[in-house]
Design a protein around this ligand. Structure first.
Ligand code: GAL
Length: 368
């Protein structure tokens, strides 16, 4: 058998041996392989390039505000070399819980959560810690759990700003309180802040709270139904509505409109949603509380990455969640009406002048 022939035979055997080894992996677990490729990369808390992986669980992405948070957060995380896996639970606690489990299984280093229900989600914190994953409560607090950090605004202050503005506008009269989702800890803080301002005026007999209701999941339709019933129950004798946010104010204003009361009844809001900013400059909504979410989302990404690296999160406070004092970064909200719309929301580029003044005759637009 010639030397050449032996050599070729040997290399042929070698090639076959290599082919056989690789095909062995593919066949054993096809899902595994894809997910393996996927999971092998994701079970590591960073991918081959050492990138930190963050899981971000949103209560919902149906409300305008959260889409801003997502975009700013992902942008900042990218700038800092991290990847973000985003999930939306469509306002369902069960879905959110299993999505968080799925994110943990995908090998994230930090789990960021905007809880639908701050109490129902609590057990996920322990599951995450068992997997070596840190937990950041974003905007809304997770209750009764060893949360690693909390980034939000001063939410009681939000309620104070709403009530202060409306009581200046309507110092005496019948008030209706339209609160947020009962499962959202923030809704409780907003109401607390409002009551701090309202109660002394109630005690003085200047204002009368003729009703208070909470809109499940902050939905516009729920708020519309609540406001319609409140107007009927009070023969339209409502002078002011302290409303916790813009998506619900939209529904309340629709009900007021049907009774020709839009623009005549003072009403507050929060989040600076575009439709509500338009209603403010058209005189149908009195004010909104602007929370520069770019600041919150940027801080959120910074804190998430600090947690991933085991670094200091530069907390500026702490908030008790019923179990621990959670190290927190709390930001300051701003009351906005048509007089400072340009110097705040428009100056920040959150919305443009054209967008906000879309329904206002051009000759009545403010100079920028
Ligand atoms: C709150 C949040 C508000 C508002 C509301 C509805 O938790 O702080 O900004 O967006 O949820 O999503």
């Amino acid at each position: 058998m010639s030397k050449n022939f032996k050599k070729n035979l040997l290399s042929l055997i070698l090639i076959f041996a290599m082919l056989f080894t690789f095909s062995g992996c593919a066949t054993t677990n096809p899902n595994q392989s894809n997910s393996n490729n996927q999971t092998s990369q994701t079970t590591k808390t960073s991918d081959n390039s050492g990138k930190i992986k963050i899981g971000f669980s949103f209560e919902t992405l149906n409300l305008e505000r959260w889409q801003h948070d997502r975009d700013y957060f992902v942008q900042r995380a990218k700038e800092l070399g991290a990847d973000v896996l985003v999930q939306s639970a469509n306002s369902d606690s069960q879905t959110q819980y299993s999505q968080c489990q799925n994110l943990i299984a995908q090998g994230i280093k930090v789990l960021v959560i905007i809880p639908h229900d701050g109490s129902a989600i609590a057990p996920i914190v322990e599951e995450a810690h068992k997997a070596g994953v840190k937990v950041l409560a974003y905007d809304r607090l997770i209750m009764n759990a060893d949360v690693d950090a909390y980034v939000s605004f001063d939410n009681e202050k939000v309620g104070e700003l709403q009530a202060e503005y409306i009581t200046k506008l309507v110092p005496k009269g019948n008030y209706f309180l339209l609160e947020g989702s009962p499962t959202d800890n923030n809704a409780k803080l907003f109401e607390q802040g409002q009551k701090k301002v309202l109660q002394p005026l109630v005690d003085k007999g200047d204002i009368k709270i003729v009703g208070e209701q909470w809109a499940q999941d902050w939905l516009t339709q729920n708020a519309y139904n609540i406001m319609q019933n409140a107007l009927t129950a009070n023969n339209n004798k409502i002078d002011a509505v302290v409303d916790a946010n813009d998506s619900t104010a939209l529904g309340a204003i629709r009900a007021l409109q049907e009774q020709n009361l839009a623009g005549k009844v003072a009403i507050s809001g929060q989040d600076a949603d575009l439709a509500n900013c338009q209603l403010i400059v058209e005189g149908k909504q009195s004010m909104t509380v602007y929370k520069p979410v770019k600041e919150e989302a940027t801080k959120g990404a910074d804190v998430a990455i600090a947690l991933a690296k085991g670094e200091d999160i530069n907390a500026n406070g702490k908030v008790n969640n019923g179990k621990i004092d959670v190290p927190s970064v709390l930001l300051t909200p701003v009351a906005v009406d048509k007089n400072n719309m340009v110097d705040t929301i428009i100056k920040d580029g959150f919305h443009s002048l054209d967008e906000v003044y879309k329904n206002v005759p051009k000759d009545q637009w403010p100079k920028q």
